[in-house]
Design a protein around this ligand. Structure first.
Ligand code: MBD
Ligand code: FE
Length: 285
């Protein structure tokens, strides 16, 4: 599936640079509110963890130099967004959403782009005329926790193509391919045609790939849809949805799978592919 002629378009350098630029474009004035006591506490604790690891495992100068070289290369390859979102963000999300009611959240990852094209409740995501992959009809309703339909709720959706590539982060894909902002109807309903994304392998030719190979891990994420559901007066939910039967549900390299977020699509009645319903439940802001 993901192997194929297009794989080389998702190089670490190309997607890493794009993800780094995207991150800064979306977050002007970052860190302006940093609190000295909090920085002191967290930086001290993190360093303590590093020092403890060195002591308890008797880390050598060779290992220290290997780590230093690797950390430098993460920056050179533009892979800090990838590294952090794959190996750290899931715990930030867990803490942030511990008390969330309604639909479970999951991590954002490095490939969100705001302001995707506005689309009506019944729509198709922008895609190429010859877009490869199994057709997927994704439909459902946005309600509040009391099951009240949320008229005009917004659903931002983005996902990889049949080769595991994201528009704006791999070469040669139209900018808004498989990305859109759907406005639900008066009953909060939506009906979106897209294709089923492929399992996703994080770039293996950069620093993250070298760590994964050196540690004997694998680079796979299960196939997933990214979604951000919102409505006025409600707390938006940023999440991912996965597919039952995927080989990597149990060992997602990014640790982002939750049981409530696994879809079980049926064959579409018209024989064109898959059909699945998922309802979003938003809690008050
Ligand atoms: C992805 O597509 C993704 O969703 C995450 C979290 C990390 C790397 C690639
Ligand atoms: Fe993703």
């Amino acid at each position: 599936m993901t192997q194929g002629p297009m794989k080389e378009r998702a190089t670490a350098a190309a997607s890493g640079t794009a993800a780094t630029l995207r991150f800064f474009a979306d977050r002007q004035g970052l860190g302006a509110s940093a609190n000295k006591e909090r920085v002191n506490l967290l930086a001290t604790e993190i360093l303590k963890g590093v020092h403890e690891t060195i002591r308890s495992h008797k880390v050598t100068y060779d290992e220290y130099d290997a780590l230093k070289a690797w950390l430098i290369s993460v920056g050179q390859d533009g892979e800090w967004p990838l590294f952090l979102d794959v190996f750290v963000e899931h715990v930030v999300e867990e803490v942030a959403n511990a008390a969330r009611e309604g639909t479970k959240g999951s991590i954002e990852g490095p490939y969100y782009v705001p302001n995707s094209p506005l689309l009506p409740a019944e729509t198709a995501l922008p895609m190429r005329p010859d877009e490869a992959g199994t057709r997927l009809l994704f439909r459902g309703q946005v309600t509040n926790v009391a099951a009240k339909p949320l008229a005009g709720a917004r659903l931002e959706m983005w996902h990889a193509d049949h080769y595991g590539l994201y528009s704006q982060f791999a070469e040669g894909i139209p900018d808004w391919n498989l990305r859109g902002t759907i406005i639900a109807d008066e009953e909060g309903r939506f009906r979106i045609s897209t294709i089923q994304p492929a399992p996703y392998q994080i770039p293996t030719d950069g620093a993250c790939g070298r760590l994964i190979a050196a540690a004997g891990w694998h680079a796979w994420r299960p196939a997933h849809l990214h979604l951000l559901a919102s409505a006025d007066g409600y707390s938006p939910v940023l999440t991912q949805l996965f597919f039952k039967g995927d080989q990597h549900l149990e060992d997602d390299i990014a640790s982002a799978v939750k049981p409530d977020l696994i879809l079980d699509p049926a064959q579409a009645e018209d024989g064109t592919g898959l059909d699945v319903t998922f309802n979003f439940v938003l809690a008050p802001a």
